[in-house]
Design a protein around this ligand. Sequence first.
Ligand code: URA
Ligand code: SF4
Length: 209
Amino acid sequence: MTSNDILRQVTQEVSVCQKCVLYHSRKNAVPGEGPADADIMFIGEGPGFHENEQGRPFVGAAGRFLEELLAKIGMQRTEVFITNVVKCRPPGNRDPMPEELDACDDYLERQINAINPKVIVTLGRFSMARFLPNAKISAVHGQSMHVRGRLIVPMYHPAAALHQGSLRPVIERDFAQLPELIAGASAAPNYSTQAASEDKGDAEQLSFF
Ligand code: URA
Ligand code: SF4
């Protein structure tokens, strides 16, 4: 199967999935979207109101901000893959529950493996926790880390930056590093990941491996 075939199959399975209780209340499942050969994958938390209406990720206010952040680094949303750790909307936008995250994880895993992105950007603490269970977003945002063979950059959720104005320049600075990270990853994937982690050099960073 090609990467596109795998992504299409995941989308199909998600659209009829009943593996957790979130299927009861969804209008549309939101599998995610973007090219199978995207360099960057953005992983958010879960669909909100507008995403549930349209079946597409990040189409509300947070999505517009994400598009702005991408534009500032010369990218468009059509170039990146965008998805979430849970594919169906938690009622009232409550936090996803551990059993829902577990039930949905296989879809995300297959998407990551199919796309094999150079960089994975986690947006918010639930997607960060999938790779860095003990990390604090305030301590690690914007720092690239190598986790199970993947280059991960945790970032604040764009919705958090919309609600808390002081986070806006923070998330902008974190985004500004992405072009260089992608370029480094294409030139020498292993060197760039190691360099990124060795540069940090303190015990807290190393504990994330
Ligand atoms: N917030 C998310 O985490 N994901 C979306 O798709 C939209 C808003
Ligand atoms: Fe299935 Fe994920 Fe939707 Fe739960 S959230 S029903 S596991 S697609």
